[in-house]
Design a protein around this ligand. Structure first.
Ligand code: 3B8
Length: 336
């Protein structure tokens, strides 16, 4: 272990370089799932930065990777107002519903052909992230769509959530929406742990993710392998895009984790085929999806169609049939 730099200036330079490397390798591992260095090498970088920050506490910045896991638990969660409302999605349950949606969109726009983006509908809980000058300043649950619970300390523990956007001139203000989820393997591990400890089990990964994200103690959240896929922006200044697909590409370029299975189609029939193909394929995914989300690709078109009081006219969720209840209801007739 090399000696800690003798002066604050040298320490600051090394700390800055270490932060850059750690953010980079964190992104490689947790966002791209393509690490370039071993865990041991990554841990060595972290230990070096922690050692320097211990000797020079003035170097500890809120977005330092050593600050991902906060300390004292919160008493409760503050309410926070989203910069733009988080609406909910109307549901489609059949090909006919999707064709009706397509007819409404095309007649609303007065065009006969439109492009749609189709994304997997991750079965987790929606969160809202706010970045100011490229730094994560807030993470909130969806709440009632206008106000959410401020769970920033917990969101910061999700390794695939960038604490800083590592580019020279980040957007001045960026609101990003995503779905926080718990991979099924982590869900099984967590329930085995709770079973062994005689604690109540989580019914499904969505409940486990919600329960983990709404922990008062971020150190508990940090022990749950939560993950996120981002899927939209809210308020944004300095992020240019004409289509939703370009928005997803821009978010990925900023270091966010975007689900790789989104596709652009030029007709609702292709959308329908893609949706049906995932009804069986989804069992092979390491996380739960409860359908797909179909969105008009053109952002100008989205703006023209707008939203009703609660849901956008330019998007719809295609839902798979609900899982048949797998638990056999106990025999409720007591034999007398
Ligand atoms: N769970 C999801 O994977 C997912 C959820 C939403 C939304 O809830 C959603 C709600 C809106 F009002 C508009 C777009 C949306 O896009 C979305 N896209 C997704 N991929």
């Amino acid at each position: 272990q090399a000696a800690i730099p003798a002066t604050l200036e040298q320490a600051a330079r090394e700390a800055e370089e270490l932060r850059r490397q750690i953010h980079y390798h964190n992104h490689r591992y947790y966002v791209l799932d393509a690490p370039e260095i071993s865990d041991a090498e990554f841990d060595a970088l972290m230990r070096r930065l922690i050692a320097i920050e211990q000797v020079y506490p003035s170097l500890i910045t809120p977005d330092s990777p050593t600050q991902r896991v906060g300390g004292a638990p919160a008493e409760g969660f503050d309410r926070t107002l989203h910069l733009t409302p988080m609406l909910s999605l109307a549901n489609a349950f059949s090909a006919e519903d999707l064709r009706a949606f397509d007819n409404r969109v095309r007649s609303g726009l007065g065009t006969d052909r439109v492009e749609y983006v189709v994304e997997l509908k991750i079965d987790g809980l929606a969160v809202n992230l706010v970045y100011e000058a490229g730094r994560l300043v807030r993470g909130a649950t969806r709440g009632d769509g206008q106000y959410g619970e401020d769970v920033t300390a917990n969101v910061r523990t999700i390794r695939s959530v960038p604490l800083v956007l590592p580019i020279a001139n980040p957007p001045a203000l960026l609101e990003v929406r995503g779905e926080v989820y718990m991979p099924r393997r982590e869900f099984d591990r967590l329930n085995d742990e709770r079973q062994a400890a005689g604690e109540a089990l989580f019914a499904n990964p969505r409940n486990a993710a919600a329960g983990s994200l709404r922990q008062l103690d971020p150190r508990v959240t940090a022990r749950r392998a939560l993950d996120i896929f981002v899927y939209a922006t809210g308020r944004r200044e300095g992020l240019e895009a004409d289509t939703h697909a370009q928005t997803l590409e821009a978010l990925a370029a900023l270091g966010f984790k975007v689900n790789p299975y989104y596709r652009v189609f030029g007709s609702i029939e292709e959308v329908i085929d893609y949706c049906h193909s995932w009804s069986e394929r989804r069992v092979d995914l390491p996380y739960d999806i409860d359908g797909l989300v179909i969105k008009l690709n053109s952002l100008a078109g989205q703006a023209r169609l707008g939203a009703t009081a609660k849901d956008p006219r330019w998007a719809i969720a295609f839902k798979f049939p609900a899982e048949q209840a797998t638990t056999i209801v106990e025999d409720i007739f007591v034999r007398v």
